[in-house]
Ligand binder design. Sequence first.
Ligand SMILES: NC(=O)c1ccc[n+]([C@@H]2O[C@H](COP(=O)([O-])OP(=O)(O)OC[C@H]3O[C@@H](n4cnc5c(N)ncnc54)[C@H](O)[C@@H]3O)[C@@H](O)[C@H]2O)c1
Length: 425
Amino acid sequence: MSKFSKISVVGLGYVGLPLSLQFARSGVSVIGFDLDQQKIDSINSGKTYLKHFPSESIAEQVNAGRFEATIDPSRMSEVDAILICVPTPLDDHRDPDLSFVLDTARTIAPHLEKGVLVALESTTFPGTTEDELRTVLEEVSGMKAGIDFHLAYSPEREDPGRDDASVKTIPKVIGGLTPKCVALAETLYGQALDKIHLVSSCRAAEATKLLENIFRSVNIALVNELKVVYEAMGIDVHEVIDAAATKPFGFMAFRPGPGLGGHCIPIDPFYLTWKAREFGKHTRFIELAGEINTAMPDYVISKVADALNYEGKSIKGSNILILGLAYKANVDDCRESPSFVLMEKLEAKGATVEYNDPFVPTVPPTREHAHFTGKQSVDIENTYDLILISTDHAEYKTFDFSSYSCPLVDSRNCIQNKPVKYFRA
Ligand SMILES: NC(=O)c1ccc[n+]([C@@H]2O[C@H](COP(=O)([O-])OP(=O)(O)OC[C@H]3O[C@@H](n4cnc5c(N)ncnc54)[C@H](O)[C@@H]3O)[C@@H](O)[C@H]2O)c1
């Protein structure tokens, strides 16, 4: 099978940008396509827009002529393959919102050349590629999937900020519409990635990604529940997890926290819940995990109230500093971050809330928490009634709080230099 020389990556976010760069580094020419003109300009001038991602890695590929970005969809007619990495959120009713995927299909279909491979990478429910994406591509292009063009699904497993695995080294699961589709996708990804794992269909590949994220959601819920139960028994859940993690088999450590965040774990499991209903099936583990995880901010708030109470204060009227807006350590991604929920709940109880986050100097626009847009990160100072750790950024772990007089509530068990009034949540 002949090699791919030029591809397009649609959606240049947390997934699409590193994927584009990995193909470019492997000698494949990449045309990145996005609707966001700022991202396009940023890439073409060799600058990053993701804090954990250095500008040099973009500039190197742009200057070598292997990577460029555009908002012109007609450029798709130049490529041998199109990889789709657009968002798959939930809508206002918490049902799957495939509008970004299907809009992309409508955009690229008029420019599809015969023989092109289209691969969807966005996380989604089983059947999306073969039913939803395929239908729109066929209708708009007038071509037949599996005959005139080829179709595959390969879930992205990117974990932004992780050092011990990269797009290149994380094995890639691939399912295709036909054996030819699979073979083409295997050739394409094999040009840039170390390891490929083929499955029998697009549906199996879609279901694989959901299993991975449901696994995380359920296990995080489990340790969140155990945290509350063990605390009532006077047992430190972190000590217990550390001890259990010494077992060389049959256990994987998950850590409790203030609630789920990010574009994946709080959302993706519900793609399966929605699809399962069509088959008259219920996803009880997913629902229960969702229930436990969404209750965690209330648990943290109760700890904040307790800590203030020791001071003879209430949440109402207190000045509270939240440390960390990003949903996880050392990245600038604050989508679905529990920090927003904590800020809202504390404000609703009458507190004045500020935040600090070295990765998020200004709150970006969000659909659910629009009223925080533009709020600015402030300095960490010993002038608040209480400090609440919501994200375990490296900077906070080593920050010297030992001389601080206000209570510090740590929902991540991460502070090394603790103040006298230190509380875990
Ligand atoms: N972020 C992660 O860690 C991660 C990991 C694995 C899988 N995923 C999945 O990958 C997909 C993308 O996630 P992400 O985090 O990269 O999202 P993102 O929001 O960071 O990036 C998506 C990009 O797509 C662009 N876009 C939206 N509609 C478009 C359209 N019609 N045409 C062209 N561009 C369009 C947006 O402007 C944005 O730049 C989602 O399905 C997500 O669940 C994400």
